[in-house]
Design a binder for this molecule. Structure first.
Ligand SMILES: [Mg+2]
Length: 276
């Protein structure tokens, strides 16, 4: 056999899978960060907001565990408790986390400016809107309602608790494809504000778009970003862009309002036979 022919998908995009906090709502991705700080404070281990943000995007229990494994946190814990944190501590903190997060989630449910316009533009392209999140099913029930009140209703929502493992594993994206009955994965784009968002999209064989300004990488509200010293703002933004590009994101932009024009470009790449 002299030649083997390769099959390639040349059709257009069929769906966009959006993250929640820091992507469509909760500018600066504050809700979880604030509660991780509180949960550790209850154990007399004061962590900073920066430390709380490092594992963002993961399942919330995994997130608590990853914080506990950070060198400085682990040392602080040992000083206070006379031993390293173990799995019972993680479980206990997760039990604390759930009601605290549920209690304040609605306070951080405002949509990021441009979300409704972006979603309307995606729909105009006949794209389905899927979503993934590190929040639990219980938390998402509340957030889906809050989003609906504000005019945002994705066609599918998959939580870390709906699949064997959350990000960086691809399962939440694959379940979206399953629920929306869409394939191949080259016809889907993942949009999110954290490195695990990018990893989950890449692991699922999708195109990925990182959001540098509105989410966990900046970790600030729109007002806070506006009042930053311009030099500091520039430096922080450049760092966010670099981190997401290095994670393998196909594109990095400021926020969801910048996504629609990129879809045109991805469609052109697909038509040429390119793959994510
Ligand atoms: Mg997020």
């Amino acid at each position: 056999m002299e030649f083997v022919f390769q099959r390639s998908y040349r059709g257009p995009l069929k769906a966009v899978i959006l993250d929640w906090a820091g992507t469509t709502m909760d500018y600066g991705c504050y809700a979880p960060a604030v509660v991780f700080v509180k949960v550790y404070k209850r154990k007399n281990v004061p962590i900073t907001m920066e430390q709380a943000r490092v594992p963002m995007g993961a399942h919330k229990k995994v997130h608590i565990r990853q914080i506990s494994r950070m060198e400085e946190v682990s040392q602080m814990w040992e000083k206070v408790h006379g031993r390293k944190p173990h799995e019972d501590d993680i479980e206990a903190m997760f039990q604390d986390f759930v009601p605290l997060q549920l209690a304040c989630l609605a306070d951080y449910a405002d949509l990021i400016p441009g979300t409704l316009e972006a979603v309307a533009a995606f729909r105009k392209r006949d794209l389905k809107i899927g979503s993934t999140t590190g929040y639990t099913g219980e938390m998402m029930k509340l957030l889906v309602e809050e989003a609906k009140k504000r005019g945002y209703e994705p066609d599918a929502t998959v939580c870390a608790t709906d699949v064997p493992a959350g990000r960086p594993h691809p399962w939440m994206c694959l379940k979206n494809a399953f629920d929306l009955q869409i394939y191949p994965m080259e016809a889907l784009v993942k949009v999110g504000d954290t490195l695990p968002d990018i990893w989950e999209g890449l692991n699922a064989g999708m195109w990925t778009i990182g959001l540098a300004k509105t989410g966990n990488e900046m970790g600030l509200t729109e007002e806070e970003i506006d009042t930053l010293d311009p030099e500091v703002r520039e430096m922080k933004m450049a760092r966010a862009y670099q981190r997401m590009s290095q994670a393998g994101a196909h594109y990095v932009v400021d926020g969801i309002w910048d996504v629609d024009p990129l879809l045109e470009e991805i469609n052109a790449r697909l038509a040429r036979g390119e793959r994510p």
